[in-house]
Ligand binder design. Sequence first.
Ligand SMILES: Cc1cc2nc3c(=O)[nH]c(=O)nc-3n(C[C@H](O)[C@H](O)[C@H](O)COP(=O)(O)OP(=O)(O)OC[C@H]3O[C@@H](n4cnc5c(N)ncnc54)[C@H](O)[C@@H]3O)c2cc1C
Ligand SMILES: *[C@@H]1O[C@H](CO)[C@@H](O)[C@H](O)[C@H]1NC(C)=O
Ligand SMILES: *[C@@H]1O[C@H](CO)[C@@H](O)[C@H](O)[C@H]1NC(C)=O
Ligand SMILES: *[C@@H]1O[C@H](CO)[C@@H](O)[C@H](O)[C@H]1NC(C)=O
Ligand SMILES: *[C@@H]1O[C@H](CO)[C@@H](O)[C@H](O)[C@H]1NC(C)=O
Ligand SMILES: *[C@@H]1O[C@H](CO)[C@@H](O)[C@H](O)[C@H]1NC(C)=O
Ligand SMILES: *[C@@H]1O[C@H](CO)[C@@H](O)[C@H](O)[C@H]1NC(C)=O
Length: 547
Amino acid sequence: MVRLGQLVLSLLAPLVPWLDETSGSDHVSLSGHRQNVTKSIAIVGAGSAGLTILKALLDLPTDVRQGWDIVLFESRMDVGGIWLADSNQPPPPPELPETPLYPRLRTNSPSPTMTWPDFPFPPGTPLFPSHEHIQNYHRLYVKHYNLMPYIRLNHTLDAANWVGPPDNGTWNLTVRVEHEGTQLYHHVDHLIIGTGHNHYPHTPTYPGSPDWLKGGANGKRELLHALYYRKPERYANRTVLVVGSGPSAFDIAQQVVLFAQTTYQSIQDGKERNYPGGEVVRVPLVKSFNRMSITFEDDSSLDDVDTVIFATGYELLYPFLSEPESSSLVVRPRSLDYHQNSSAARHLTTNLRYLYPLHEHIFSLSAEHPPTALSFIGLPVGIAICPSDRAQALLVAHAIADPSLLDSRDEMLSELMEREAELRAVGADPYYVGHRLNIWNDMGHEYNDRLVEFLRARGKMPPGSPFTEAWRRWSTELPRQWLLRRAWFRVESMGDEEMYRWVGKARTEDDWIDVMVRLSAWQEEWERENDIEPAPVDPTLKVWFDY
Ligand SMILES: Cc1cc2nc3c(=O)[nH]c(=O)nc-3n(C[C@H](O)[C@H](O)[C@H](O)COP(=O)(O)OP(=O)(O)OC[C@H]3O[C@@H](n4cnc5c(N)ncnc54)[C@H](O)[C@@H]3O)c2cc1C
Ligand SMILES: *[C@@H]1O[C@H](CO)[C@@H](O)[C@H](O)[C@H]1NC(C)=O
Ligand SMILES: *[C@@H]1O[C@H](CO)[C@@H](O)[C@H](O)[C@H]1NC(C)=O
Ligand SMILES: *[C@@H]1O[C@H](CO)[C@@H](O)[C@H](O)[C@H]1NC(C)=O
Ligand SMILES: *[C@@H]1O[C@H](CO)[C@@H](O)[C@H](O)[C@H]1NC(C)=O
Ligand SMILES: *[C@@H]1O[C@H](CO)[C@@H](O)[C@H](O)[C@H]1NC(C)=O
Ligand SMILES: *[C@@H]1O[C@H](CO)[C@@H](O)[C@H](O)[C@H]1NC(C)=O
């Protein structure tokens, strides 16, 4: 009934004035059109985070979500988040590309570990697939669960302003309709952000770098962030310095070295890694730039570098929530507020690495609005995305249906302080590690399980086995992932038929588990028979964008 209503509305969308206003900047009154809407919800972003919460809301019992108006705004022309390639070359900085995706990007965790529960990849998907497979997987999800009627592509959220008192207001959303060049206003009770954290580059600045740029022969020198990196062929005959110790830095260096004259990588101590046959030259952290050269922490220097690629991570920003568009989020670059205390924060704040105060990395504890008015899906890093999005989405969907599910703001704030204290106790500064959930083993699984156990304890979900299935625990252990990687690359080197033999017929989740179990055994046996000492676990597998 409600679903059908939604469908009809979505077909009519351009004509329904409260949803789509094409005449420019007039505000359209909502009253008179929505008297039967009991709750309105906007989701931002159609990557794994946004799609997961959309489905979780639709999964609520029909009587619970009766009269809910749900819409998902996505600025790009298709679903898939960063996994959707851009059609054009990246624009020159400071304009931002739509995605950091480069043609040779593959996942760095085995595909079966990145899945939504009970929604395996299609047969034939490589174990470490290239990006097209991941984008297609998002499309299949949308199709299978009929999510498209709720999704507005080419719709960018430009501003979100809370209108009303803290306990009784709505979000006034300003949305740009890209393909029409128009704006619309949309009022919602609940705003759910799934915009990812790989959009705003973090580039360290050095006073001497403008001089260094000018110093090269006729404009040959360049500095760029990994967000702009696409094809390694571009670096043929150049000398490249990749800065960074995270997976992107290693991946890019490994690609560039195939073409560049010389490839250097500036790596933090303890993050070394052996390349299979690579000739990347390891150098220490960068200390300074001057007209002639780049100097490193050990006072060595290089004067032959043409290109510096900063694979130095991203900043946590939400321009539609912060000045000048909105006053809901305070931006305080991190140097100013390490060792802060979340309980003191009345306003939602980002220090570019950490967004606080949040309950469980999800609900905003800002004093401006109720906690369920603003939530975030997909903030955790160092965790398999889809399962974690799912656990978070279950909590958000139930809390929106019944806000009394959550404790009071004060209780949630003191819980947050306890969690921050736990991190400090193991030597991690919560304002630096931010939303990383791999500070200790199993931290991510514990987190997902805790969210679901909370719902069970409150009677929102039936009791059952832990949310994190035993096979996921098994397959996400780092040595296992590393073993599967070696196994899969061996399979690939044996050709298409061999690949098909392993994954060509895997249909169900159980089939995929079986593939991973058999591949592990196959590789272990081969390594044993050939006396191959497995390389130590790659420390960079542990974190995304460590900088
Ligand atoms: C190079 C790279 C490689 C990675 N590899 C892996 C991997 O192998 N395995 C893994 O698990 N993770 C990987 N990640 C992490 C990656 O963040 C996740 O895979 C996943 O993309 C997160 O999904 P998301 O939905 O949270 O965000 P995103 O994929 O970033 O999607 C956010 C969406 O929101 C939209 N959006 C943003 N702002 C607005 C706005 N104002 N209005 C409307 N729409 C908006 C964007 O267009 C985008 O479609 C990688 C990340 C990068 C950068
Ligand atoms: C809204 O609810 C009223 C009263 O319950 C009903 O008469 C009316 O038909 C409903 N309108 C729509 C569009 O469903
Ligand atoms: C909330 O605000 C609306 C409109 O401003 C008002 O009609 C309503 O009475 C308010 N409700 C409460 C509980 O204050
Ligand atoms: C919503 O935002 C628009 C654009 O800033 C503004 O013109 C309008 O007055 C706002 N509406 C309310 C109710 O605040
Ligand atoms: C989105 O915009 C692109 C290009 O501007 C256009 O080709 C496409 O049809 C638009 N999609 C929708 C759903 O309007
Ligand atoms: C790189 O240098 C080699 C040898 O000097 C030359 O043959 C080749 O064309 C150059 N490639 C590019 C892309 O400049
Ligand atoms: C955080 O601030 C609150 C209130 O200002 C104070 O009671 C608490 O002791 C502080 N905690 C820490 C760990 O500094």
